[in-house]
Ligand binder design. Structure first.
Ligand SMILES: Cc1cc2nc3c(=O)[nH]c(=O)nc-3n(C[C@H](O)[C@H](O)[C@H](O)COP(=O)(O)O)c2cc1C
Length: 230
């Protein structure tokens, strides 16, 4: 059995569309790099919108989420994967609606930091694939990567692949190459990072507040306020 598990998440309702095609290429490359891969089509599942419990009280949001739907199954899939490759069409300068629900619902895993000292997504690796017809690709891809990163997920180099156009993307050479590289890079990153068990360290706050803040203030006080002119 392969030691690296990559979960491909297709967030287009069109299982024959460009988002899925590039995802398939990325996963094929991940397999060649030695990973075991699995695909989920998000539109096959019932993913209800987040109810926002965390905004009532931070500790109200935890795994398992109170909503009884297919996220129960999807949480398990995410938890058992080392890496995620998420592909989405652009829907009005944003991700597809189903992906937005999915991402919001991942809060239940991320918020475990309050109970466990670590986000349950911490240490995973992710990349994204974004396909549209005319505009918004970099905005959508970078917002998605920023969100995943803020949940504790590693983003390796060249982790955003995007295609904007109306052609069949399987005929667009540079995008095929980008997608294939994404698949390989994701697996390489997982292998590289595997030995490290925890990343975010909540216990540092005491040290930071007690000592480092004072050190920074001392340094600022002793530094001339205006730049030295030559
Ligand atoms: C509701 C909706 C909104 C869309 N909004 C955008 C958009 O803002 N920018 C864009 O480039 N394409 C937009 N498109 C076009 C799709 O992103 C494009 O057709 C994409 O290739 C579909 O991906 P798929 O082939 O993987 O299904 C929109 C399509 C739909 C259905």
């Amino acid at each position: 059995m392969s030691s690296v598990k990559v979960l491909g998440i297709n967030s287009s309702p069109r299982k024959y569309g460009n988002s899925y095609k590039l995802l398939r290429i990325a996963l094929r490359a991940a397999e060649e790099e030695g990973a075991g891969v699995e695909v989920l089509h998000l539109y096959d599942y019932e993913i209800r919108p987040c109810k926002g419990c965390v905004s009532d009280r931070a500790t109200k949001c935890k795994y398992p989420c109170i909503i009884d739907d297919d996220m129960k199954y999807l949480y398990d899939k995410v938890l058992s994967a080392d890496a995620l490759i998420i592909s989405t069409p652009i829907y009005w300068f944003d991700v597809s609606g189903q992906l937005k629900n999915f991402i919001d619902r991942l809060t239940a895993l991320e918020n475990m930091i309050l109970f466990d000292g670590r986000s349950w997504l911490e240490g995973k690796v992710a990349g994204v694939i974004v396909c549209g017809n005319d505009g918004g690709a970099v905005h959508v891809a970078s917002t998605l990567l920023a969100t995943l990163n803020d949940m504790g997920i590693h983003i390796p180099p060249w982790a955003m692949v995007y295609y904007v156009g109306k052609d069949d993307v399987l005929k667009v050479k540079d995008k095929l190459l980008d997608a294939a590289n994404l698949g390989k890079i994701i697996v390489k990153a997982v292998k590289l990072l595997k030995g490290i068990k925890t990343w975010y360290d909540p216990s540092m706050l005491t040290r930071v507040e007690s000592y480092w803040v004072r050190e920074v203030l001392r340094e600022i006080e002793t530094t001339p306020k205006v730049p030295k002119s030559k």
